[in-house]
Design a protein around this ligand. Structure first.
Ligand code: NDP
Ligand code: X2W
Length: 308
């Protein structure tokens, strides 16, 4: 039987990419609101309650408002915004880390933030295995393509070609920090330094580790082996090959995709390591993860219509 889907915020960056991925899927039918009605509260309320699955691609306040409009037990929700990522009653939509069964059974799924996806993919399995401490003050440095900031940041970067790097969250209160801390089980909030670069899409998230100074920390080879074992069998989370050239590149022309690649680099004596994740902020960082969660919730193969 065909299941109906309403993407609230379908005209935005994340919503458009989800619709592209779902085009041609016979298992789903899309409920669409035309341009004149896509922000009309009554039209949205009707669509939100008619759909089997709702995917929210909205700013946080509008996402909270949309959830409050759902007045039936049947409609299941995937929220791409930050509104519900540490909220009680919501399942964190990172199936590799939260568990596929939990996502499959959930009525309310919060899609992880793009930076958080890289951070949690790297750190959660290692802390859980006791190979890195849960009580260490981790740092995370990251760069994102400008599509991570939605329509407004895309317009800004495409109008001002002179911006070569944009550091932000300078007062250290980035909205992804609570989910990073909660879903890695850390007792101390990580210190997070994000920046935007003049590429449309793509991101690199890095956790530098002064292993020799850390209590209960394994060596880089053990960390790499543990991540490879944890994600063995996943077509989406993969281990990258150490580049023979000695450098990693993110190219502005890259088309992106729904995989995430993980790397563990270490120095000769194993006293320092760099955990690095490379992903597409619009892929596993947003739309690809929404479609993966939708597939799992609908009981379908998790990689259907993903860009692998
Ligand atoms: N871009 C990314 O890489 C990622 C984004 N996200 C999250 O996904 C969500 C969507 O982000 P993104 O697609 O980038 O943002 P965009 O700004 O590109 O799109 C948001 C869309 O929501 C629409 N909208 C705003 N308010 C309402 C409302 N009250 N009712 C109906 N529609 C409304 C906007 O309309 P209009 O077109 O008129 O402005 C716009 O089309 C956000 O919460 C974002 O944080 C999550 C992970 C990564
Ligand atoms: C480059 C850029 O601005 N990125 C966004 C995060 C994108 C993302 O993951 O969004 P949500 O957490 O809202 O879902 C930011 O840092 O606010």
């Amino acid at each position: 039987m065909t299941q109906s889907i309403f993407i609230d915020g379908a005209a935005g960056t994340t919503g458009l990419e989800i619709a592209e991925r779902l085009a041609g899927r016979s298992e789903f039918s899309l409920i669409a609101l035309d341009e004149a009605r896509r922000k009309d509260a009554d039209a949205r309320r009707e669509a939100l309650n008619d759909a089997d699955f709702v995917i929210l691609c909205l700013p946080d306040d509008a996402a909270r408002e949309a959830v409050a409009m759902i007045a039936n037990e049947r409609t299941r929700v995937i929220d791409a915004s930050t509104a519900h990522r540490v909220a009680p009653g919501w399942t964190y939509g990172f199936p590799e880390v939260s568990g596929h069964d939990a996502v499959a059974a959930a009525a309310r799924v919060s899609n992880p933030g793009c930076y958080s996806t890289g951070f949690i993919a790297l750190l959660a399995p290692l802390v859980r295995a006791g190979l890195l401490p849960a009580d260490w003050p981790y740092s995370c440095n990251a760069v994102s393509g400008y599509s991570g900031g939605g329509k407004a940041l895309i317009e800004r970067f495409e109008q001002d070609r002179d911006i070569a790097w944009r550091g932000y969250a300078l007062t250290l209160g980035h909205k992804h920090v609570p989910e990073m801390q909660a879903h890695c089980g850390l007792s101390v909030a990580p210190l997070f330094t994000p920046a935007v670069i003049p590429a449309h899409r793509g991101m690199v998230v890095e956790i530098p580790l002064p292993l020799a100074a850390m209590p209960r920390a394994a060596n880089p080879d053990a960390l790499r082996a543990a991540l490879a074992e944890f994600y063995a069998g996943s077509a989406i989370v993969t281990m990258g090959e150490a580049p023979a050239s000695g450098e990693m590149l993110l190219r502005g022309s890259e088309e992106g995709g729904d995989q995430i690649e993980l790397f563990v680099f270490g120095n000769g004596d194993g006293s320092q390591a760099r955990l690095v994740a490379r992903l597409d902020n619009l892929g596993k960082g947003a739309s690809g993860a929404c479609v993966q969660n939708l597939n799992i919730m609908a009981g379908l193969p998790e990689t259907a219509s993903l860009r692998l």
